[in-house]
Write a protein that binds this ligand. Structure first.
Ligand code: 9MG
Length: 287
């Protein structure tokens, strides 16, 4: 069995893995309970949501303190630290699950590593000043994601000649930069960044040809859960995108994606179990 070392955990690369999304922004958790240090997030509510995701089958939880949605307001490094670090400490101590931190901020990367996180998930692919050395020094694996532009303006006029080859070229170049900075290839995961500086057509082309990114030779993480591409195709509101999100995730798995970053762990795990059951019959030909 081949594995990828995600901090404290060696995860099988021959089995799809599900990463649950845990946003620790003030609007996400407000049940009036005891708050995480320096943040507006309730400790109990966060732990309950995290536990439910682990129970449902998530092997990784991705903790984020800054929204990267198009047009979202940036937060200060201190706000991000206040939100993310206590959450990482608590989940790493209380639950048997790999902890990922969704951040581009060097101070957050360092503090999260010290607090026990297992993966850095950077939508800016370590391009922010100081992020590359912070990640290199952490010794942790990193997910490098493609984004054209910045969250505030990335959906204004995304443009590519060929989105798949341009995303591939960008990711290849970031892998070289990481290797030169001392982050070994075997610590890297790649993500095409659905919805990040891409039109609906770009997103659909990327999903249709996702298998081409396997040629980069590194495991793929993808996030399509509840994204606008699912809404645009199905005509569904944010809360009604479960079926479309699971279908899109299945198409990604079928083309070799390894980690699915999702809001709905339960439903995604049903799909993953079905895929595993079908694929496990693939090798035997007994008439
Ligand atoms: C933080 N975040 C939001 N969407 C994402 C995606 O598609 N991939 C990764 N790696 N991170 C994401």
């Amino acid at each position: 069995m081949s594995t990828f070392q995600l901090g404290r955990y060696a995860l099988s690369t021959s089995q799809p893995q599900v990463m649950g999304i845990l946003n620790v922004t003030p609007d996400s958790f407000s049940d009036g309970g005891q708050l995480l240090a320096g943040s507006a997030v309730s400790r109990g509510a966060l732990l309950r949501r995290a536990e439910a995701m682990v129970q449902a089958g998530a092997s990784i939880l991705d903790i984020g303190g800054e929204s990267t949605r198009p047009g979202a307001e940036p937060v200060s490094a201190q706000q991000e630290l206040d939100r993310v670090v206590p959450a990482v400490e608590m989940i790493a101590a209380e639950l048997d699950v790999a902890v990922s931190v969704d951040s581009s901020t060097p101070a957050v990367i360092r503090a999260a590593a010290a607090a026990g996180c297992d993966l850095i998930n950077d939508v800016r692919a370590l391009q922010r000043a100081g992020a590359l050395s912070a990640a290199a020094e952490s010794g942790l694996p990193v997910c490098l994601m493609h984004m054209q532009g910045q969250p505030g303006s990335m959906q204004q006029a995304p443009s590519y000649d060929d989105v798949v080859s341009e995303v591939a070229a960008f990711l290849r170049q970031r892998v070289s930069v990481c290797e030169a900075a001392g982050i070994e290839r075997q610590r890297l995961l790649l993500d095409p960044g659905f919805g990040f500086g891409k039109t609906l057509q770009h997103n659909l082309q990327l999903l249709n040809r996702l298998g081409q990114l396997r040629q980069l030779g590194l495991p793929l993480l993808i996030g399509v859960s509840r994204k606008s591409m699912v809404g645009a195709v199905t005509g569904r509101s944010l809360e009604q995108r479960l079926v479309g999100s699971v279908a899109a995730a299945q198409m990604a798995l079928q083309q070799g994606a390894w980690i699915l970053r999702v809001h709905d762990v339960d439903a995604t795990m049903d799909m993953v179990r079905l895929c595993r059951a079908v694929w496990s019959e693939g090798d035997d030909v007994d008439g």
